[in-house]
Design a protein around this ligand. Structure first.
Ligand code: MN3
Length: 205
């Protein structure tokens, strides 16, 4: 990942704010990227400003080592480094609406693990709906295959040794303006704007 060290900056999206319409609206994308992600970036820079030792760690290293930090830093680093990583990963995994589906090795792995793409979607949706409160659902690689997992808050799968492939942010700020409380409708819409090319790259890195 680019800009992987302190000071962190809010990199622009890879697409126009309105390019996910009608599935995710332009205003949600502005608020989500320009305010929510920006706040995690500002908070993380603020924490690291007074901790030069931590400035030498990459974003991933901060997440992986957060649990070994002193109490007063642990949750702050975990939440804010996780917030930066998870949002960047979520946004990078989106593209304008298309009939785009998994292909190549990733398609084969999905079929092997879940039976078919539609069975995978059903299982992923169930997991994303099961997140109580705020969090994410992920497709991850675990070394020998694929797995669907959920994480609460801004916890990140790389802290558990998983390789993230796709994720959906199910914090209400990700969908409330358009979908209100209908998280299931938002998940259905999100399936139409997944960047499967990026997912394929993530699965082989
Ligand atoms: Mn979010």
């Amino acid at each position: 990942m680019y800009n992987n060290y302190y000071p962190f900056i809010n990199l622009p999206l890879n697409f126009a704010y309105d390019s996910l319409e009608p599935y995710i609206d332009e205003k949600t994308m502005h608020l989500h990227h320009d305010r929510h992600l920006q706040t995690y970036i500002d908070n993380l820079n603020d924490i690291l400003k007074d901790n030069p030792r931590l400035q030498r760690l990459s974003l991933e290293q901060l997440i992986i080592s957060a649990d070994r930090l002193p109490c007063k830093l642990r949750d702050k680093v975990k939440n804010n480094a996780g917030g930066v990583y998870n949002h960047r990963f979520f946004f990078d995994g989106l593209r304008n609406p298309s009939e785009n589906q998994p292909s190549g090795a990733l398609e084969e792995k999905i079929n092997r693990q879940f039976g078919s793409f539609s069975e995978f979607k059903a299982e992923f949706k169930k997991a994303a709906l099961s997140v109580f409160g705020s969090g994410y659902a992920w497709l991850v690689g675990n070394g020998c295959g694929l797995k669907i997992i959920t994480t609460p808050n801004q916890n990140c799968p790389i802290a558990q040794g998983f390789r993230p492939i796709i994720t959906v942010d199910v914090w209400e700020h990700a969908y409330y303006l358009k979908h209100y409380n209908l998280r299931g409708d938002y998940i259905d819409d999100w399936f139409k704007i997944i960047n499967w090319e990026q997912a394929e790259k993530n699965s082989i890195l």
